[in-house]
Every structure is written in structure tokens, then in C-alpha cells.
Write a new protein. Structure first.
Lengths: 358, 287, 396
């Protein structure tokens, strides 16, 4: 699914293949089959967590394209989720638009805003760009707060959104949502994989690795950087809009800088520059607090209460970021690749000729 | 008068933060996003040390100093040392991670308690119009001036300071000439954390310490960027500009916007003079 | 090649954690409690939980309800809505709780109310409740707490006890809750003949002096602060530094007496600090407050004893009565029915009973003005309990 660094390629065209080996196709089929069966066996609570994973996977894919592939660091991802959520709210309360119009509209509006936010990237990079996305974050959250306080039916409770409906079918409950989101994530993943293996992806990677060299190669920097911003913010906006429908309530307090950092953590933990990494990272980081909660369940009661252990939970994301940056900079995707290579060569550790490229 | 006093005191808090950011960038090419967290944790340590030492000011200062040294060395030796030569965004991300861990330390050690540092809060100076300045306010101005003066003397006249500047200029060359680069970079971290802790203490006496007050780090970062990431003079100028802008936004435009306007100002400065007001042109990290 | 040990083992650990089902002893009432124990407002919500826990501990030591113990499943939401919803779902499905209590800020309550309404689990919030509980009350949604809108009105109505007329300046940070509270405070104050002005500041404010100076410049006769503990600690000294010596009202959104004491001391043992609260302060020597204090001594708490503990204690009494009426075994539907007829005698803890009805899931609330006493270093009541009832929101 991702570029396996241990694979020897003998022609440039091979780099275009998504699933090179026959067993990979089997594996993907197997994973999809398991994904389809899981909700029938698991509890609603677990399916709910999976829904959250799928929702964040869409946003993480978007950020991966922007940061992992194009190398543009962004601290404004939470604001784009907010843009999607508030477009949904506005279209629902003031226009009464149906789901099938709202989500594309949210994507469109998010993309438009992404274009504007991407403009500074034509002049800045690195820390300067990070700060300019941060400025945008504060501006958008300010507007959202103002909107919610002045137009909300009950300001404190946030804005409620009805369950989406397609004709007579109402999308409600964790299991139906799971299948819907699974389809969306699968489509998004395929789309992103196709993007990164074709011209835009190649251009983004060239820009990431050395922008001046990329320009010398004839890549239009402005065009591809803006494209990365637009697509990334579109995906974030879609994710925000779906999350709004999923949870039925939108409140501005959700879209903090911490949330943007959580998304960055997803792509770091997953592995920069890997679509598979975005998916793995989204699942890992989303489940992390719940996993720690569940582990706490084994501790004696008297230990659990009081904020000490909850503080540990709050720090876990930070520890993950530090751990992966220091010890596993290519993230979970790299671990996956190692596993793949390990099984491929089993029971030997090396190929007959050590052609593996590190 | 009130206006001037408030802006000057705010400038001091921001200038100390910005100085830390600048020192780290200059010496180690690290943009520290955990500076606010370091400042606030420093403030908490000062508080706890003063409580443990039964309100002894000297014990509190010693506690905060020891914390700063240990913290600076630990961060450098355990993490940033391994990332020398990595792209800038990696160091940005790791400092974000450090920030999260420090924030959870506030939760675990101080149980997220909101605290104020009550040393020297009695009014010391009455201004016209009923306003007053506390001893701590005056101390913050004096300490900031002394800090920058000491830093200037250290960098200009001591052997270590010259080695420091040499490392900042070209680490590879410096190490080849026998400068202990590890020591210099660890020292940079120590100085930066001390500056952060100082500003955290002043901040804790004027506002309050909590897990949310870590956002002052952003103000310091903006100040450093406005002034120029590699200029200590710029740190002061940037701090003054940010403090002044914030204050004027509160009084003239809309208080709610006072955290956003400095960012917009920064965008403006960056589009005209991306290297900041006092930064060097060659440091340009712009396309 | 490094072996993928740590991440894999972590994944395995998480996997086993998910697969385990907590076994509930089916001879006790199992209820859920969700609140912010690690987020930005943990210092306000932890004491409320502790007060609730004190009551449940003493209740279980007395033998429980209907001869059965009460078992509380505690979950942290870190002030995040998605974690609150997931915790509620987990408690509802896996722990099979019959009701969920506590909850943190309004933004986390709203989605929990929505989800639990679908699941048919009654939810009783004890803190800044949202309008769902107020008439027209939505099913399964109850509150015994401080609703921003109601608190804003109550504070407006108590202003004449401080000064009969003049200019009121409201301060809050730019959040939806703050804006809601301040707009209702404004409406009430203006209808009582005060003139009104306000200063809003960003949530992530670093230094309060500029905002305090902006407020002082408006020449207020009374300043009201609609925010949590930390802001009061910052704003009160900043106002005094800026030359304002007039009355300042602390609206109790999780602000503890300890905070007011600290803030007043920082401002030079300021006598001009007032405090509006729905539940009694720890300085009230009523027998009921003494009982809470005794329990606090017996079982201990991590946070200093405050009116937040009393708030949690009252919720405990509420639970006891609802469960008593529900009988054994108690289902969610039965609990919901019995909650609708709860009438808790909270004398000494607030101005009157906590009373629910099928139409009104909030009931009358009582509010009182206290003043910080410089010499006695304690708070003293400056008014009787003000009863707010029959509220309709939003007000047109």
C-alpha cells in the first residue's frame, strides 16, 4: 500500500503500481472483509470508537497530503474541521439544505478557504508558515464563536443538526454510520493513493524534498502548493461536516489548537509521507485515550480516582510524538513495512543478494 | 502613565520569552514551541519552592534555578541532541511534544491547581489616577534589564561567550577548532529555560499560573519572529511591539481581538521584511 | 533491523483492554459519573465529583439504598465532547448504568444529552447545565446545576443589594457561555435601571491589566466577572492595580471560596468582593454544611473544602432519593420516572428544595449574595436566598 523501502524496483513504471505483489491484494481484501464483519460482532461502544477513527482518518489523510507529501507544516487543521462543521450548521439552520448538498458545499467552501490560507505558503516556509496557519486558526475560531453566540438558538448548548437522510432512509446509529464512513474512507484512500502516485503527488514530493530544485525541474510551485492546501482543507472540511452530522451537535470549544496538534501527532505516529501511515496513525491516536482508560480499569479503584492518572493520559500524545520522532521517525507505516518484509523472506533474514535498499 | 507602565511590564515578560526563543534558534537552530510550557512550569516550581522553603524568596529562586538547569540539560541531552541536522519541522514537532508532556506534568504534580505567586505583590509605587505598581512589577523590569545586560557582557567579553557565538555561526567549524559544542548547546538550553522561568514567575505574580496560561509562549514566539529570529536586540523590539499592539487593540479596537491582532501584525511584517526587524538577511527561510 | 516490539505490545495491550468486559456485581445500583478531571476546568469539576463521592461513601457506609450499595463508574472527559460521548456510551452499554451524573461544561453536555436520549438513559448534570433541562424540558435531561442564563439573571437581580443604581460593567472571556451569561445579566440589570457596559477578552488571555484598565475607564459602580477561578485570580488584583476600588461580583461558575479568599488577599484583603452562588458556602454554619464538613474530615478530599463539594453532595442526596423511589431492581425507565418526582430537602445547603416535575427538569433555583469579610476572613451572606422559577428561554 505504501512505498516499501525494502523493495527493489527495476523500472520507473513499477513505482506506479499500488499493490505490487499478489499477496498484497489478498491482504487488502482480507482487511476489507474483516472491516465489514467487525460491527456485527463488536459492541456498539467499540463500533462508536471505530467511527471516530474513520472520521479522523479522513482529516489525517488531508493533513498527510499537505504535510507528509508536500512538506507544508500546518497548525490550522482544527480550523478547517471547524469550517466544515459551521458550513454544515449554517446551511442546515438557515437554508435547510439536505445532506447531499451540504457535504459537497462544505468541501467547496473548505477548499476555497484552503486556497486563501495557502497563499502565504508562496512566500513563507517552515516556522513562518506554521505561524501564519496559526494566525488563520485564531481568526476562524473567533468568527465561529461570534456566530454561535449570536445566531445559536441556545448559545451554550451549541448548534444541533438532525441526522442526515437520503429520501426515506435516515442515517442514524453507530453501525449504519460505520458502513457509510468505511465507504467514504475507502474512496478517499483510493483517491489519495492515486493522487500521490501521479503528477501532483510527484510534484509535492519534489517540493517537499527541495523546492528550489523542484522549480528548476519545471514544477509550478505556486500551483502545486495551493493544490495541496485546497485538497487538504477540502478533506478536513468534509471530515468536520461528517463529524457534525455524526455527533448532531456543533460547539466551538471542540476546535482548539490542541486538536490541530492531535492531527499532527496522527501523521507523525503513522509515518510522514505514507497514506497507510495516515490511516494507522489516525486509528492509533484516536484509540489511545480510550485504550489508556481501559487499562486504568484494571487498577484498584482508589488509584483511579484523582487527577494523577488522568494527567498521564493527557501526556500520552506528547510521549508518542517524542518517541516516534526520536526512535521511529517513519512511524507505524515503517513497522508495517518491516513486518511485510519479514514475512516475505521468512524463514530467512536476507534475500539471496542483499538488494534491500535502506 | 498607566499605559506606559503596563506596556513596559508586558514587554519585559515577552522579551524574556523571546530572548529564550532567539538564543535557541541562534545556537541550535531550534524553534521552541514549548517555551510557554517551560515558563509556566518554571513559575510553578518557583511557587512550590517558596512554599516548601516557608516563603523564603532565596529558596524559591534557587529552586527555579536548579529546575531550569536540570530541565535545559535534560531536554538537550535526551532529545534535541539526537536531532541535530534534522529539518526544522522535526524540531518544531518535538518541542510541541515536549510541551504536551510538560502540561501533563502540571496536571500530575500540581493537580491543575490555578496558582498565583504572592511574593512582593504589595503596591510599591502609586501612579497618578489611582493605579499602582507592585514590587514584583518593578523587579520584573530590573531583572529583565539585568538579564539582557549580563547576556550582552557574557557574549561579548567572556571566552565562553565567544565560543558560543562561534558555535552559532558555524557549529562544524567551531567543533573542529576544539569548542565543546555539546556544552555550548546545553548552555543555550539552560539560559533559554532560565529566561522562560523568569518570565513565568513574573507572569504568575501578575496574572495566574494554569495549564491554559502556556499560551504566553506564542506571544514570545511572535515577538521573536517580529524582531528577527536571530537577533537579541530584535527580541526586545519585537516584545515591545507585540505588547504595544496588544494594549492598543484592547483600548482602541476590541479586546476580544487582542490575541489575533499580533498574528496579523506578524503576517504583515513577514510579507515586507521576512527576516524580522533586526534579523539577518541570510537567515531568510522564505520562498 | 529493529524488532517492532514496543508498538506491537502496546497494540496488544490495548486490544486486550478492549476485549475485557467489566463484570458488574448485580447486587448494587450502578450509576455513571463523567466529568473533567484532566482538562482545563479540572480544578472546578474535581471538587464537585469529590463532594458526590463523599455522599456516596457515607451512604454506602450507612447501608446503601434499599439495602443495596451504590456503585459509581467514574470517567474523565478532559473537557472534550467526543470523549464525553464515548464515555457515556461505554457506561451505558458495558457497565449497564441506569443513569449518568455530573458532566463538565455545557459544550460536552449537549452531545451527551442527544446520545443518551436515543439510548434512554437519564442524565443529571450538576454544573453549568444547558437549556435542555429547563422548560420545555427535553426527556431524560435534568440539571441541578448552574445554568449560565439563569445565573446571569439572578446576579442582575441581586445587584440592588450592593448599590441601588449606577453603571455596571460586565467582564467575561469570549466564550459562548460567557456571552450567554452576560447578555442575561445585562437584560436584568437594565430592567432594574442600571446602565450597562461590558468588556470581553480572548479565552487565552495572558495578562489582565489592559482589560482591567479598559473596564476601569468605563467608570463602573459595580463590576461583575462571569468566568472561572483563574480569571478571577487575575482580574481582581488587576482592577485594584488599575485604581478601581468599587464592588466586584464573582459569579460562581466553579469558583471556589478559596479562590475568592486568595484573590481578595492579593488585592489587599479587599472587602469589596462579592460572591453569588447557588449552593451554600463552607462558611455557613448550618447543620447540613457541618455534616458535609464532617464527611470531608472522615473520608478526605484532595481539594480544599468548598461550595463545589456541597454542590456534589446535593447531587448525591438527589441520587439517593431517586433510587429510593425507584426501588430494587431499578431500570433506566423507572429511574427516569422517579427522577421526575424527586424533591430533595436541601435546607442549609441552598435556599429551598431541589424539585423536579415531569414538565420542569430544573425546578426552582435559589441564589444568594455573599460578601468577603476582611476582618473575619470569611464570607458573610448579604442577602436572603433569591428564588428563580418559571423561567422561559430564550427570552425574546
Amino acid at each position: 500500500m505504501s512505498r516499501n523501502p525494502y523493495t527493489l524496483r527495476t523500472s520507473y513504471l513499477e513505482g506506479n503500481e499500488v499493490l505490487r505483489r499478489p499477496y498484497q491484494k489478498v491482504l487488502v481484501g482480507l482487511i476489507l472483509a474483516v472491516a465489514l464483519v467487525v460491527p456485527t460482532a463488536a459492541s456498539t461502544y467499540f463500533v462508536h470508537l471505530l467511527d471516530l477513527c474513520l472520521l479522523s482518518a479522513i482529516g489525517a489523510l488531508g493533513l498527510m497530503l499537505l504535510t507528509g507529501y508536500c512538506g507544508q507544516i500546518s497548525l490550522g487543521h482544527a480550523a478547517f474541521l471547524a469550517v466544515g462543521a459551521y458550513t454544515t450548521v449554517i446551511l442546515n439552520t438557515h437554508v435547510g439544505a439536505p445532506f447531499t448538498i451540504v457535504v459537497p458545499a462544505a468541501a467547496l467552501f473548505g477548499g476555497l478557504l484552503g486556497f486563501i490560507v495557502g497563499l502565504p505558503s508562496l512566500r513563507f516556509r517552515g516556522v513562518y508558515l506554521a505561524i501564519s496557519t496559526l494566525a488563520m486558526h485564531y481568526a476562524i475560531i473567533f468568527l465561529a464563536t461570534k456566530y454561535q453566540a449570536e445566531f445559536g438558538p441556545s448559545a451554550t448548548a451549541g448548534m444541533t443538526i438532525p441526522d442526515p437522510s437520503f429520501g426515506s432512509f435516515v442515517l442514524s446509529g453507530d453501525r449504519p454510520w460505520y458502513y457509510f464512513l468505511l465507504a467514504v474512507v475507502t474512496l478517499t484512500t483510493v483517491g489519495c493513493m492515486n493522487l500521490v502516485r501521479t503528477r501532483p503527488g510527484r510534484a509535492w514530493m519534489a517540493i517537499r524534498d527541495r523546492d528550489i530544485a523542484a522549480q528548476a525541474l519545471g514544477i509550478n510551485l505556486a500551483r502545486y502548493k495551493l493544490l495541496a492546501f485546497v485538497i487538504s482543507s477540502m478533506l478536513a472540511s468534509i471530515s468536520g461536516s461528517l463529524l457534525a452530522y455524526f455527533s448532531n451537535v456543533v460547539t466551538v470549544e471542540k476546535y482548539t489548537l490542541d486538536l490541530a496538534i492531535v492531527y499532527l501527532a496522527m501523521i507523525i505516529v503513522g509515518g510522514m509521507g505514507s497514506i497507510l501511515g495516515a490511516l494507522l496513525g489516525a486509528i492509533f491516536i484516536t484509540l489511545l485515550p480510550f485504550g489508556i482508560d481501559a487499562l486504568f480499569g484494571y487498577l484498584p479503584r482508589s488509584w483511579r480516582f484523582g487527577s494523577t492518572l488522568f494527567g498521564v493520559q493527557a501526556g500520552a500524545v506528547g510521549i508518542c510524538i517524542i518517541f516516534f520522532l526520536l526512535f521511529e521517525p517513519k512511524g507505524l507505516a515503517e513497522i508495517w513495512c518491516r513486518l511485510e518484509t519479514y514475512f516475505e523472506r521468512w524463514p530467512f533474514r536476507y534475500r539471496p543478494l542483499d538488494t534491500a535498499r535502506r | 502613565m498607566e499605559f506606559a507602565a503596563t506596556v513596559v511590564i508586558l514587554t519585559c515578560t515577552y522579551a524574556l520569552l523571546a530572548a529564550g526563543v532567539v538564543i535557541l534558534y541562534k545556537a541550535a537552530r531550534v524553534v521552541n514551541f514549548a517555551h510557554g510550557e517551560l515558563a509556566i512550569v518554571g513559575g510553578y516550581v518557583f511557587y512550590s519552592a517558596s512554599v516548601l522553603g516557608s516563603d523564603s524568596l532565596w529558596l524559591a529562586i534557587a529552586g527555579a534555578l536548579v529546575f531550569s538547569i536540570i530541565m535545559g540539560v535534560t531536554i538537550y541531552m535526551s532529545m534535541l541532541r539526537r536531532l541535530v541536522g534534522e529539518p526544522l519541522h522535526v524540531t518544531i514537532l518535538i518541542t510541541i511534544g515536549i510541551g504536551i508532556v510538560l502540561k501533563s506534568a502540571i496536571l500530575i504534580i500540581w493537580r491543575a491547581e490555578r496558582l498565583t505567586i504572592d511574593v512582593g505583590v504589595a503596591p510599591a509605587l502609586r501612579l497618578s489616577g489611582g493605579a499602582s505598581l507592585s514590587y514584583m512589577d518593578l523587579a520584573s523590569v530590573a531583572v529583565t534589564v539585568l538579564f539582557f545586560l549580563a547576556l550582552y557582557l557574557f557574549l561579548t567579553f567572556t571566552r565562553m561567550g565567544i565560543q558560543f557565538r562561534g558555535t552559532a555561526e558555524n557549529a562544524l567549524l567551531a567543533s573542529q577548532r576544539g569548542v565543546n559544542v555539546d556544552f555550548v548547546l546545553a548552555l543555550a538550553w539552560i539560559i533559554a529555560v532560565i529566561a522562560a522561568s523568569l518570565s513565568g514567575v513574573f507572569f504568575g505574580s501578575r496574572a495566574f499560573l494554569s495549564t491554559e496560561s502556556v499560551t504566553i509562549g506564542l506571544a514570545g514566539l511572535i515577538a521573536a519572529l517580529v524582531g528577527g529570529l536571530d537577533s537579541l536586540r530584535g527580541a526586545v523590539a519585537g516584545a515591545f511591539i507585540v505588547a504595544g499592539t496588544q494594549y492598543l487593540t484592547v483600548r482602541l479596537i476590541d479586546p476580544v481581538l487582542s490575541e489575533t491582532v499580533p498574528f496579523l501584525l506578524l503576517l504583515l511584517v513577514m510579507s515586507i521584511r521576512p527576516w524580522g526587524l533586526f534579523g539577518t538577511l541570510e537567515e531568510l527561510d522564505r520562498v | 533491523m529493529r524488532r517492532p516490539t514496543l508498538p506491537t505490545s502496546a497494540a496488544v495491550l490495548i486490544a486486550c483492554a478492549f476485549s475485557s468486559d467489566q463484570v458488574n456485581a448485580q447486587n448494587s445500583y450502578v450509576i455513571g459519573y463523567i466529568t473533567d478531571l484532566s482538562g482545563p476546568l479540572a480544578d472546578s469539576y474535581t471538587p464537585t465529583w469529590e463532594g458526590f463521592e463523599l455522599f456516596i461513601k457515607s451512604l454506602n457506609d450507612r447501608g446503601g439504598v434499599n439495602g443495596k450499595k451504590v456503585d459509581v463508574v467514574l470517567d474523565d472527559d478532559g473537557l472534550k465532547a467526543d470523549r464525553a460521548v464515548a464515555a457515556a456510551k461505554k457506561e451505558a452499554e458495558r457497565e449497564n448504568v441506569i443513569g449518568i451524573f455530573g458532566l463538565s461544561l455545557s459544550s460536552t453536555q449537549a452531545p451527551v444529552f442527544v446520545e443518551m436520549r436515543k439510548a434512554g438513559v437519564p442524565v443529571v448534570t450538576t454544573f453549568s447545565g444547558i437549556l435542555d433541562a429547563l422548560p420545555p424540558s427535553k426527556p431524560f435531561s435534568y440539571s441541578t446545576g448552574v445554568v449560565f442564563e439563569v445565573a446571569g439573571e439572578a446576579i442582575g437581580e441581586l445587584l440592588p443589594k450592593i448599590k441601588p443604581n449606577g453603571k455596571v460593567v460586565g467582564m467575561t472571556f469570549d466564550s459562548v457561555g460567557g456571552r450567554a451569561a452576560i447578555s442575561h445579566n445585562k437584560r436584568m440589570a437594565e430592567s432594574l435601571g442600571y446602565s450597562w457596559d461590558e468588556v470581553l477578552f480572548p479565552v487565552t488571555t495572558s495578562d489582565f491589566t489592559p482589560y482591567a484598565q479598559a473596564a476601569v475607564e468605563k467608570k463602573p459602580d459595580i463590576v461583575v466577572g462571569h468566568y472561572g477561578s483563574g480569571q478571577n485570580l487575575g482580574v481582581i488584583p488587576a482592577l485594584r492595580r488599575s485604581g478601581y476600588a468599587g464592588p466586584y461580583v464573582v459569579a460562581s461558575y466553579g469558583v471556589t471560596e478559596d479562590t475568592v479568599r486568595q484573590a481578595a488577599q492579593r488585592a489587599g484583603n479587599d472587602p469589596n468582593v462579592y460572591y453569588v452562588t447557588r449552593y451554600s458556602t463552607v462558611y455557613d454554619n448550618t447543620p447540613a454544611v457541618m455534616e458535609v464538613a464532617a464527611a470531608q474530615k472522615k473520608y478526605g478530599t484532595s481539594k480544599p473544602f468548598s461550595s463545589m463539594h456541597i454542590t456534589g453532595w446535593v447531587l448525591g442526596k438527589f441520587v439517593e432519593q431517586a433510587l429510593t423511589a425507584c426501588g430494587w431492581p431499578c431500570s433506566r425507565e423507572k429511574l427516569d420516572q422517579s427522577i421526575q418526582h424527586v424533591k430533595v430537602d436541601a435546607s442549609g445547603l441552598t435556599g429551598g428544595p431541589i424539585e423536579m416535575s415531569p414538565q420542569d427538569h430544573y425546578g426552582p433555583s435559589f441564589w444568594r449574595l455573599y460578601q468577603w469579610n476582611e476582618t473575619a476572613r470569611r464570607m458573610e451572606p448579604k442577602s436572603d436566598w433569591l428564588k428563580k422559577t418559571g423561567l422561559k428561554f430564550p427570552v425574546q
